[in-house]
Design a protein around this ligand. Structure first.
Ligand SMILES: Cc1cc2nc3c(=O)[nH]c(=O)nc-3n(C[C@H](O)[C@H](O)[C@H](O)COP(=O)(O)OP(=O)(O)OC[C@H]3O[C@@H](n4cnc5c(N)ncnc54)[C@H](O)[C@@H]3O)c2cc1C
Length: 358
């Protein structure tokens, strides 16, 4: 096993949040390579965008905000997000000569006796004085458990495994979840299959534009929850689901008529305690994600809710750990801002600490 490599800062993850942090670390005076390094588990640039389903186009995303310092100018809004965004990220890494090492998967982060972090990976160990965690959520899809789930004879998949509606043609599909992904996938699947939509709470539709004030309110609620170590509610719970022209038509046609979530799963479908049943060939779990922070477990920062409390981007109990794209900054615009505040925080903290290795 090779000797640990020493740097000031290790950034874990090269999605929107990690690249923004890397850009700002360089601007704060950390030297690319000797001062900081970005370790990314994927084989190619693009973060989670490279894995999104092929029918998700730039036009059907909410909005992908550009990274600091380079315009995102795709040739067409109809390009698959899984192609256009990774191409932009690849150009970004090249343009700013960001020191991204891949594929490198971080398995554990521990404190060392001399007050550093040891970042253990499948390619050896890096030692750092500060850390930026930017690992997103895509690698941790969340599927709730319902009684009888293991007896289901059909196919169950999470949105991470969705590749397009064609494979469901003529089938009966139960879509679970009240978020934007569920609505979007229903829009694709309903024209070719029989769909049933179930959500825990009745959806709240938003006809008007989503203004700055609502945005601030949504972020403030998530911030308050994460600071207190509580699991934040879904963003859609605060913002509502956008009524696009397609959604308007689907609402009028009854495609988006929702039922409460079933009480149990049977070998042939789903069932409610009031005796109602729906036969199903497929259960599609559009039930979201959790933060991919298992590698940080040795630092023992998680509350009983499984949340690492943060103030801004700084872990409350371990200030040299910055979490970006986490909690309130888990959007492309939030991740951008978080990258800057993480870099600024680390420059201040580490300047007061040992001399730089750069
Ligand atoms: C279907 C879908 C559509 C979305 N659309 C939008 C949108 O339109 N606008 C918007 O603002 N947000 C959108 N989001 C939210 C979006 O995911 C975030 O805004 C943003 O892309 C996440 O960036 P990130 O850098 O935090 O994470 P990611 O893009 O997931 O990047 C994380 C990186 O960390 C790496 N990694 C993970 N674990 C490890 C490890 N242990 N070791 C090493 N590397 C690791 C991964 O390989 C990956 O490259 C969408 C989410 C989904 C699921």
């Amino acid at each position: 096993m090779s000797e640990p490599r020493d740097v000031d800062v290790v950034v874990i993850g090269a999605g929107q949040a990690g690249l923004s942090a890397a850009h700002h670390l360089a601007r704060q005076g950390f030297a690319p390579g000797s001062g900081f390094v970005v370790l990314d588990g994927d084989a190619a640039p693009g973060g989670a965008w490279q894995h999104r389903w092929p029918s998700l186009t730039l036009a059907t995303t909410h909005r992908v905000h550009e990274l600091p310092g380079l315009a995102f100018e795709p040739a067409s809004e109809d390009l698959p997000a899984a192609e256009a965004v990774p191409a932009y990220f690849a150009e970004y890494e090249r343009r700013f000569a960001l020191p991204v090492e891949r594929p490198v998967r971080v398995s554990a982060v521990r404190r060392t006796d001399d007050g550093r972090f040891a970042v253990e990976t499948d390619r050896g160990t890096w030692r750092a004085r500060g850390l930026v965690n930017a690992t997103g959520t895509w690698t941790r899809p969340f599927v709730p458990h319902y009684p009888g789930q293991e007896t289901f004879r059909g196919r169950q998949l999470h949105t991470v495994g969705y590749r397009g509606a064609a494979e469901f043609a003529g089938r009966s599909v139960v879509v679970v979840g009240g978020g934007a992904s569920a609505v979007q996938l229903l829009g694709e699947i309903a024209p070719v299959a029989r769909t049933t939509w179930v959500t825990r709470r009745p959806p709240v539709w938003r006809e008007g534009p989503f203004g700055e004030e609502q945005g601030r309110e949504a972020v403030a609620r998530v911030e308050a929850a994460v600071r207190a170590g509580r699991m934040p509610g879904s963003v859609v719970g605060v913002t509502g689901l956008v009524v696009t022209p397609w959604v308007r038509r689907a609402l009028d046609d009854g495609v988006l008529t929702r039922l409460p979530v079933f009480d149990r799963i049977t070998p042939d479908g789903v069932a409610w305690d009031d005796g109602r049943t729906v036969a199903a060939d497929v259960i599609l779990w559009a039930t979201g994600f959790r933060a991919a922070v298992g590698h940080l477990a040795p630092l023992r920062l998680r509350t009983r809710d499984g949340v690492i409390p943060v103030e801004g981007t700084t872990a409350v109990d371990e200030p040299r750990l910055q979490l970006v794209g986490y909690g309130p900054s888990a959007s492309t615009i939030g991740a951008n801002r978080a990258g800057r505040s993480a870099a600024v925080a680390l420059r201040r903290l580490l300047a007061a600490d040992l001399p730089r290795s750069a």
